[in-house]
Ligand binder design. Structure first.
Ligand code: SF4
Length: 707
């Protein structure tokens, strides 16, 4: 008897126990008979994988019996079953090493969220109006199969598109496989905080199209160019664990950490030295340091004296940093965040690679290496479906309507698609435009897998089965896709396995993901000095500097990341580690600049770009450059559960439609803004947990003559 059959039988036999709360039928509770052989009071721990970012941290789930509100055979009720009560890091996992970030701790709320979709839905009103009617899985799958059959009958398979997150692993591989067999183009992927430009640079520099694993634990000198590697960038848990070990060296042997940025992030606040650098010039500093190391600093574009003019970093400091970097090895440089989001991002990525090569950091203890990786499925950028709307669009767990500039007009483009199917677990700004929503199981109810590209020196692929039975009438999206592929009038061939579980058990096409495979030495390709990306070009900023005097720095929220986690109340409740703000949006303004402008803590500020305005309350911050303002990303949802809807504002909406030429990804750090005080504080505006920022970086670059 398989699991689904088992659930069906028990649900039918269990519907006899109806308890009447107050006599009204809608208040009746159905108590289904228990589904598990449960041992009261005894917890078991089962492994799974955190799905909330691409790091792929291994978790263990504490499972105990409990009463759960469930949905069985079209009926809500209560059942005693094994329930996940808590998530912790898996001590046996090479990435998490027994730890989790706050987002991973809160991942349990995805499963128990009160607004989670409990069965398939079909649009019943205006597109985007958020009105959906319940339908059965049979009806929903018949509708999707009908749409696909119509494309085949018209010999128009190329009009099918699939939009997903660019996650490494076999789920996207399965999607790509199905699309290819159907005759459609590869999947389209989108993420706001993309590191694709760094992967591309790594491919050109080292022959590895992926992010590196940095051996922080054994490094003696680390310089980060904008990477919030202890907070939100790349594999934050693995990097935090390694950084903690690095910092435990004894007095006199304590390694040094330098952070280069225009804003004091959580990572920057941990640094021994903070270097204020003008936005869009970070790579010049790396190149000047490399020039000192390579003894070519006397002349050329990267001579410290020339670079000092552009970056605002004094020449003496550039030379000292370079000498320290050379003398205190093993040394390693990291780049991420805003430097990779300027129009000249490719230069910064290559420049930091050049610095690492000068320090001979590749495949060295205390340096960096690349984990052996699977050949990834080819993907297409979002612009391809914005420019030419497909006839049928399938969307898997990605919300580009929220996470893209308003000027991209993603919602308008999606409205031109005749039929959209979402596999989301929640209604959000993108799935609200769907004609059908086929809700996925939560990760705790599913087969899960990960092939992390970074975070461990060794390949760490993992896969685990469900740790609890589904609460609702949802289905695993990979299983739905496989089911649909078999039900087509002309089933795709050759056929794939029946279930994702079977697919995961099938051998991977290459031996590249053996758990104990060591990091293979990468080809030491010389950076392509002739490529345009290695030539310094001024960063392009939208907005005239006279009219829009501030660099706009949207940043990944420690709690809500890119906004995809704003529906989780624990994360809304989590104070931001630098400002202590929660449940709100805020605008970070340099405290001295604010004084000049007559702005006080909590005042209502209008932030305006050439693309529009948003309003939020001021947070006066000594840790931001005087010519920059910053806002956290995450709030400003119009339609994303009771906890996130109509709360705060979305700074991404006012970004200019600037892209990085080499990758086509969003240059989210390329917008200038102006600010104006439009109101005073109000009690629901800036919600602070408490405390104040004590770090005060030197924005005068040692001169003391400006703010
Ligand atoms: S870094 Fe945090 S959110 Fe990302 S996978 Fe790990 S625990 Fe989850």
């Amino acid at each position: 008897m398989d699991r689904r059959h088992f659930i069906k039988l028990t649900a039918i036999s269990g519907t006899t126990a109806a308890l009447t709360a107050c006599g009204n039928p809608e208040n009746q509770i159905i108590r289904f008979i228990p589904e598990d052989d449960l041992v009261p009071g005894v917890a078991t721990w089962k492994p799974s994988i955190c799905p909330l970012c691409a790091a792929g941290c291994g978790v263990i789930a504490r499972v105990m019996e409990g009463d759960a509100e469930v949905f069985r055979n079209g009926k809500p009720g209560v059942i005693r079953m094994g329930l996940v009560k808590k998530l912790e890091g898996n001590p046996d996992d090479a990435i998490s090493q027994g730890k989790l970030c706050p987002r991973g701790q809160a991942a349990i709320q995805v499963t128990y969220h009160p607004d989670r979709l409990d069965q398939p839905k079909k649009r019943s009103g205006e597109r985007g109006g958020g009105q959906f009617a319940d339908i059965s899985w049979d009806e929903a799958i018949k509708e999707l199969v009908g749409q696909l059959d119509a494309l085949v009958a018209a010999n128009d398979q190329a009009s099918l598109a699939f939009l997903a997150k660019p996650r490494r692993g076999r789920r996207l591989e399965l999607v790509a496989d199905l699309l290819q067999r159907f005759g459609a183009k590869p999947p389209v992927t989108y993420e706001l905080f993309s590191d694709e430009v760094l992967r591309r640079a790594n491919s050109q520099s080292f022959g590895a199209h992926q992010l590196a694993t940095v051996d922080l634990e054994n490094a003696h000198y680390v310089i980060s160019f904008g990477a919030d590697f202890l907070g939100t960038w790349n594999s934050a848990v693995a990097q935090s664990v390694a950084y903690g070990r690095m910092r435990q060296a004894g007095p006199g042997a304590r390694p040094k950490f330098v952070h280069v940025d225009a804003r004091l992030t959580q990572t920057a606040a941990n640094a021994d030295e903070f270097v204020a650098c003008k936005p869009g010039t970070e790579g010049l500093l790396a190149m000047a340091m490399a020039a000192v190391l390579n003894k070519t600093a006397g002349a050329g574009d990267y001579a410290p004296a020339k670079v000092a003019e552009k970056t605002g970093v004094p020449v003496e400091k550039i030379e000292r940093l370079a000498r320290e970097f050379a003398a205190n090895g093993p040394s390693v440089a990291i780049v991420g965040g805003a430097p990779l989001a300027h129009t000249n991002a490719a230069f910064h990525a290559h420049a930091v690679n050049t610095l690492n090569l000068a320090a001979n950091a590749l495949n060295q203890s205390g340096g960096f290496s690349f984990v052996p990786q699977a050949t990834q499925a080819a993907t297409r950028p979002l612009t391809e479906i914005l420019d030419a709307a497909p006839k049928l669009l399938l969307i898997d767990d990605v919300n580009p309507v929220f996470a893209s500039p308003a000027s991209w007009k993603v919602a308008e483009a999606l409205k031109r698609v005749p039929f959209i199917v979402s596999f989301g677990s929640f209604v959000d700004e993108t799935s609200a435009l769907a004609d059908l929503i086929l809700p996925d199981h939560s990760f705790l109810e599913s087969w899960v897998e990960a092939a992390p590209e970074s975070g461990s020196a060794k390949a760490a692929p993992s896969k685990f089965g469900p740790v609890m039975r589904p609460l609702y009438d949802t289905r695993s999206t990979p299983d739905v896709l496989l089911d649909v592929s078999r039900k087509l009038a002309k089933p795709i061939a050759p056929a794939l396995p029946n279930t994702f579980e079977e697919y995961l058990s099938a051998p991977t096409p290459e031996v590249r993901l053996k758990p104990d495979a060591t990091s293979a030495p990468m080809a030491r390709l010389k950076p392509d000095a002739t490529s345009a990306s290695m030539t310094w070009t001024e960063p392009q900023f939208d907005g005239d500097a006279a009219q829009y005097p501030y660099h706009f720095l949207p940043f990944a929220s420690q709690a809500l990341y890119d906004g995809s986690l704003a529906h989780l109340p624990w994360l809304q409740e989590m104070p931001d580690p630098m400002s202590s703000a929660m449940w709100c949006s805020w605008v970070e303004i340099n405290e001295i600049k604010a004084g000049e402008l007559g702005i006080e803590m909590g005042d209502l500020i209008e932030v305006t770009s050439t693309q529009g305005s948003v309003r939020a309350h001021a947070f006066l911050n000594p840790g931001i450059a005087p010519d920059a303002v910053a806002m956290p990303v995450g709030q400003g949802h119009t339609n994303f559960t009771r906890y996130a809807s109509n709360r705060g504002v979305n700074p991404i909406a006012i970004l200019a439609p600037a892209t990085i030429a080499e990758t086509g990804t969003l240059a989210w750090s390329a917008t200038r803004v102006k600010i104006a005080k439009v109101g005073g504080p109000d009690k629901d505006g800036l919600i602070l947990f408490g405390g104040a920022t004590r770090e005060r970086p030197d924005w005068t670059h040692g001169r003391g003559d400006e703010h």
